[in-house]
Design a binder for this molecule. Structure first.
Ligand code: SAM
Length: 319
């Protein structure tokens, strides 16, 4: 059977090369596989296919971008000695890189002290502190009174601070830890505060991180000082996901305690790094202009928002 196919002039060459496959019925299976791979690479990622390694459901978390970052790392002409994520947040990208051993060491940094407390316990904490955190998660009685008392109380120890972070992240709307965030009322399926509280799953993830902590380092501090320390390393690959406040966007200031970023300075410093850099940003004219001026190539990637709309995010790459 003959069919007429409409082909854009830009794809004419591809059609020529595909012609022998298209006329051979024996090739239909392979063509279908090719199509699936293409869809995987160009459509929004199905987040449920990315292993959840972080105990935090982080606002602005980049689970959906993990396959893209892995592809980028594998496309480099070296296996990086260091993978550095200086705006770590929930750190799903760095954890995935460490779990799959895609770099020698992964360095995570974070300025927010409550988020930092969690990473310090899990990555550099003693077994006693890690077990103390795990026990707190397993034994917590999820009632409104207990949550309010725990969040209002003073967290004297490091494991208690780490626990408060996990608890807040699980009971607040959207996992937001910034001041002013409110607690969920009805939660998922009307299950109230418990709707995001899965103690055993959280413990499994924390134990998973403990098991790979020899490949992880955590720095509590400013991303810019981490950049300064490692910028000369040719074998350091960078993943940069700062709070989105460029171009007058306000999301970053509502979502994070630490949200003041000099984006111009960040672009200048990342452009000067010796190693390869991947940055991710909301699509805004100011961001595109900064990327152009700093010599980053720009690619749009589709992602699904929490409201299930597909929107484009920018991937900015420097070799
Ligand atoms: C967009 S979030 C990162 C989300 C992360 N990629 C994830 O998947 O969970 C940005 C993070 O940068 C942190 N941050 C803001 N300013 C910082 C700074 N100067 N140094 C280090 N971290 C900073 C914020 O606290 C926030 O956790």
């Amino acid at each position: 059977m003959r069919s007429t196919v409409l082909v854009h002039s830009g794809c004419r060459q591809v059609l020529q090369e595909l012609r022998p496959y298209l006329v051979d019925p024996g090739q239909s299976g392979q063509l279908l596989d090719l199509l699936r791979t293409l869809r995987e690479q160009t459509g929004p990622v199905n987040v449920s296919q990315v292993p959840q390694l972080s105990p935090l459901r982080y606002p602005g978390g980049k689970t959906w971008l993990v396959p893209e970052v892995k592809r980028w790392l594998k496309s480099l002409d070296m296996r990086p000695a260091l993978f550095i994520e200086p705006f770590a947040g929930g750190a799903i990208t760095g954890l995935s890189v460490a779990a799959e051993s895609l770099a020698g060491q992964t360095i995570l940094a974070e300025l927010d002290p409550s988020v930092a407390a969690l990473w310090v316990v899990l990555i550099h904490g003693s077994d006693i502190d890690a077990e103390s955190l795990i026990t707190k998660v397993l034994e917590f009685q999820m009632t409104h009174e207990q949550v309010t008392a725990t969040l209002a109380g003073y967290a004297a120890s490091l494991p208690q601070r780490a626990f408060t972070t996990i608890l807040k992240n699980r009971v607040n709307r959207g996992g937001i830890l910034a001041p002013g965030a409110s607690m969920m009322k009805s939660g998922e399926n009307g299950k109230g505060l418990s709707s995001r509280w899965y103690p055993q799953t959280l413990v499994n993830r924390m134990r998973g991180i403990r098991a790979i902590r020899h490949r992880l380092q955590f720095i509590e501090g400013d991303a810019f000082s981490v950049i300064k320390t490692y910028r000369h390393r040719k074998t350091a690959a960078w993943f940069i996901d700062p709070p989105y406040t460029a171009g007058g966007k306000k999301a970053g200031s509502r979502l994070y305690l630490c949200n003041e970023i000099d984006h111009e300075r960040l672009f200048t410093q990342m452009a000067a790094c010796a190693g390869p850099v991947l940055m991710t940003y909301d699509d805004a004219p100011e961001v595109r202009s900064l990327a152009h001026r700093s010599g980053f190539s720009i690619r749009e990637v589709p992602m699904k928002t929490t409201h299930h709309e597909v929107k484009n995010e920018l991937l900015l790459v420097k070799p």
